[in-house]
Design a protein around this ligand. Structure first.
Ligand code: FAD
Length: 339
């Protein structure tokens, strides 16, 4: 049994890289595996081959005026969460000064918390030299997984001469260094610039043809929209793994901002919850967490391949949701060992 688990574990490691050396340690009443740890980087698309459902977190670097130790403290408290990977956003909201911090935080996730990081990278305001510089930083920090994104077009930032779409960035990176594993974004309720869902899905295929091996969705609150999207992309012969993006909404302010930014539709059940608890922030907080958990339980019941939790750096919501679904994930992911 143990050697089977070790076989599964070691098969996840990339060839030619150093790996942890396992040793069996006897404890009163049970055996545990003790790894003397060395840094390895893992192509996380391999994980989808061995686990039925992945669970990942997304965090963002602190805003310009926020102290840095806030994110470090949050990560410290989140380290009990058994995430398959943690992704770190890049310049979201246009905070250019913070951009280099994506690599720094992703590196910390790898070295201090031993969780596989994914660094987001947008191209809409970057030229080739800037991308080359960032790729060099990622390589130097053993970060193998990149979420390739276009980024939002804003009136104040200069557009790149070299990249127009996320697929351009994917193709460029794959040519420069095929060793990087690329993730991409997709939109169960349509990207706001696409005329039709069919057009958006046709464009999504360019990204996959350019080397993206797995997708994470824009957040959504209505699982039926996600299931309808899965049907459509299956009909378009898109077969790469997709993680469902879930964001717990725990305050009235958050719902207005989030709906405006994401365009996600708000189901009647969620609207009712907000109206019922609008005068009670604590009840609303709890209700928002329960709503996200219900969404995830339903997704797991529908054989979702991954849950990508938009944590908004909120330790309490991430921990409560993770605790609530952990037994389900464990049951889904029972090791399947070939005998
Ligand atoms: P693309 O895939 O390039 O698509 C953008 C639009 O162009 C779509 O309408 C698409 O249909 C169309 N299109 C694509 N290719 C073509 C083509 N070849 N010809 C014609 N039309 C085409 N933003 C940040 O700034 N930082 C982040 O870290 C970040 N992380 C994100 C993570 C996730 C999981 C998601 C869902 C979004 C994230 N975003 C982030 C937001 C994202 O940058 C925006 O949604 C952006 O508007 C689109 O990015 P994209 O990579 O999906 O673009």
């Amino acid at each position: 049994m143990v050697s089977g688990i070790l076989t599964v574990f070691s098969s996840l490691l990339p060839r030619g890289k150093s790996c942890p050396t396992p040793s069996l340690v006897s404890q009163p009443g049970f055996f545990s595996l003790n790894f003397s740890y060395r840094i390895v980087s893992m192509n996380i698309s391999d994980l989808f081959k061995y686990k039925k459902v992945l669970f990942s977190l997304e965090i963002f670097p602190p805003k310009k005026d926020s102290p840095y130790n806030v994110i470090y403290n949050s990560l410290l408290k989140m380290r009990g969460i058994p995430a398959d990977f943690i992704s770190v956003t890049y310049g979201a909201g246009g905070s250019a000064a913070q951009r280099d911090k994506t690599v720094e935080i992703a590196s910390l996730i790898r070295t201090t918390y031993h969780v596989e990081p994914v660094a987001h990278l947008t191209c809409v305001n970057n030229n080739r030299d800037q991308i080359d510089h960032l790729l060099e930083q990622l390589r130097a920090n053993h970060i193998q997984n990149i979420m390739v994104l276009r980024g939002d077009i804003t009136p104040t930032a200069e557009l790149s001469d070299d990249f127009r779409y996320a697929s351009d960035l994917a193709a460029y990176i794959k040519k420069a260094d095929p060793g990087f594993n690329l993730l991409g974004a997709c939109y169960p309720e349509i990207h706001y610039q696409a005329a039709t869902m069919d057009e958006d899905i046709a464009n999504l295929k360019y990204k996959i043809d350019a080397g993206v091996t797995q997708l994470a969705t824009q957040l959504f609150f209505d699982n039926e929209k996600f299931y309808a999207f899965l049907d459509k992309i299956a009909r378009a012969n898109i077969t790469i793994p997709i993680s469902a993006g879930i964001m717990p909404i725990t305050s009235l302010n958050q719902i207005e901002r989030t709906v405006a930014l994401s365009g996600a539709s708000v189901p009647h059940k969620m609207a009712r919850m907000f109206s019922r608890y609008s005068d009670s922030p604590k009840a609303l907080f709890d209700a928002g967490i329960h709503y996200a958990i219900e969404q995830i339980v339903d997704l797991i019941d529908h054989d979702v391949q991954g849950i990508h939790l938009y944590t908004m750096n909120n330790v309490e919501t991430a921990t409560r949701i993770s605790d609530a679904i952990q037994n389900l994930l464990d049951a889904e992911n029972l090791p399947r060992i070939n005998t």
